[in-house]
Design a protein around this ligand. Structure first.
Ligand code: SF4
Ligand code: SF4
Length: 413
């Protein structure tokens, strides 16, 4: 194959798996993946075959340049596949391990977890990410089932089962127009429920009716497509982050992990944040659909971002090839003037390109819709981050900031 290979050994090869296309037992109002089914409407069976599972497992392990290999099971809802599918996946992983250390993570809405599932997850040391948007009324506002009924009670039952079996779990919460107004209720809920690691995702979508039935806008759609009503505003997002940060920096540094704050501290310290949203480049994680099609990113599962199919190309060529390299680089190369001049570009990096549909102060396209919120937040946290970075430089714990704030030896402003 003539594909040019670029920087092949710079990081682990990582692919999210979709064992069952976009199918899900819930119908969360802002789910960006449900309508991906329309991409494959000509095919009627949308589950990963045993032959593909076998091929992917072998190819994925053997494409790695590092000893650790991470399998991430994603959806749709990956629990739409029976436990027997994942037992088979583990069997294949053991068969093809070839000295690698293999880990698995599962990203689920949690509503279908059972004792049997949790026993399996615990026995095999899987990490589970649960989608939950906070207390009951916050979560049930948009995360509903196919009949329009609420889902929070079932998610909490799933979390209870994970805790009962000692399964390691994280929360993945969407911040929307509703829960963004209650940052401390939201934050305390996760702490009170034994969550140790919280991932925050601001929801921003625009509505455009496409001929194939999709209604969420892509970057190719016009700048003036209307925002979906559930989207968080830049002001809400900034205020939300500031309120939670002020609580975290006084009480929870080193005890409770908020991914956004971890990423910011990493960027302040000049370390790769590990999360594409706040990294300089995209393309850290490809996606493989149930039929072997591989795409550049979970948020760019569109025909123009298809890298190929595992039956006709190699994971190595697709993920380290020229097309993915261009996709990765575009994140920085497409920043508008305002970002390039911004004092906080090193920490924000213009966030995710999927949200860059605003105009900058010079009228250039490509500014992140949430920019105003990010800028306020970054301006607010800068002195705290400077202090924690100095701590790291001195090989001292950043958590010392809590005591320094209490005894007045550090004052932010
Ligand atoms: S487009 Fe967004 S989600 Fe995808 S790799 Fe880039 S930053 Fe990450
Ligand atoms: S805060 Fe705004 S201007 Fe600065 S890098 Fe982020 S999106 Fe760009």
């Amino acid at each position: 194959m003539a594909t040019e290979i670029l920087h092949p050994f710079s990081r682990p090869l990582y692919v999210l798996l979709k064992p069952v296309d976009a199918s899900c037992n819930l119908r969360c109002k802002y789910c960006y993946y449900l309508e991906k089914q329309k991409l494959y409407s000509a095919q009627d069976k949308h589950i990963m075959s045993d032959a593909l599972l076998d091929k992917f497992t072998y190819d994925y392990i053997h494409a790695q340049t590092m000893q650790e290999v991470l399998f991430t099971w994603h959806g749709g809802e990956p629990l739409m596949r029976p436990l027997s599918f994942y037992k088979r996946a583990m069997q294949l992983q053991r068969q093809y391990a070839d000295g690698h250390i293999i880990a698995n993570s599962l990203q689920t809405n949690g509503t279908m977890l059972t004792d049997e599932w949790c026993e399996f997850l615990k026995q095999n040391n899987w990490l589970v990410g649960i989608s939950i948007d906070g207390p009951q009324d916050f979560h049930d506002e948009y995360r509903r089932n196919a009949q329009g009924g609420p889902s929070w009670v079932k998610v909490m039952r799933g979390i209870k089962l994970l805790k009962k079996h000692g399964v390691q779990w994280n929360a993945m919460a969407v911040v929307n127009d509703y829960n963004a107004d209650y940052p401390l209720e939201f934050y305390n809920f996760f702490k009170e429920n034994g969550c140790q690691y919280l991932q925050l995702t601001p929801i921003v979508e625009r509505i455009v009716e496409h001929a194939d039935g999709r209604h969420l806008a892509t970057l190719g759609d016009s700048d003036d497509a209307p925002l979906a009503d559930f989207s968080v505003t830049p002001e809400q997002w900034g205020d939300f982050l500031i309120a939670i940060f002020d609580e975290w920096v006084r009480h929870d540094v080193g005890r409770f992990y908020v991914e956004t704050f971890d990423c910011m501290l990493a960027n302040w310290a000049g370390v790769d944040p590990g999360i594409c949203m706040y990294g300089k480049e995209c393309g850290h994680a490809g996606v493989m659909e149930y039929n072997g099609d591989v795409y550049s990113c979970d948020h760019f599962v569109f025909p123009e971002y298809k890298l190929g199919n595992i039956y006709t190309s190699t994971l190595y060529n697709m993920l380290y090839g020229e097309k993915q390299h261009r996709f990765s680089q575009l994140k920085h190369k497409s920043l508008p003037q305002q970002c390039l001049e911004c004092d906080y570009e090193f920490a924000c990096h213009g966030e995710c390109p999927k949200n860059r549909f605003a105009r900058d102060r010079y009228g250039n396209p490509g500014l992140n819709y949430l920019c105003k919120g990010y800028h306020r937040f970054l301006d607010h946290i800068a002195p705290y981050m400077d202090y924690m970075k100095q701590q790291l430089d001195r090989k001292q714990p950043p958590a010392a900031i809590m005591q320094a704030l209490r005894d007045g030896t550090f004052k932010a402003k």
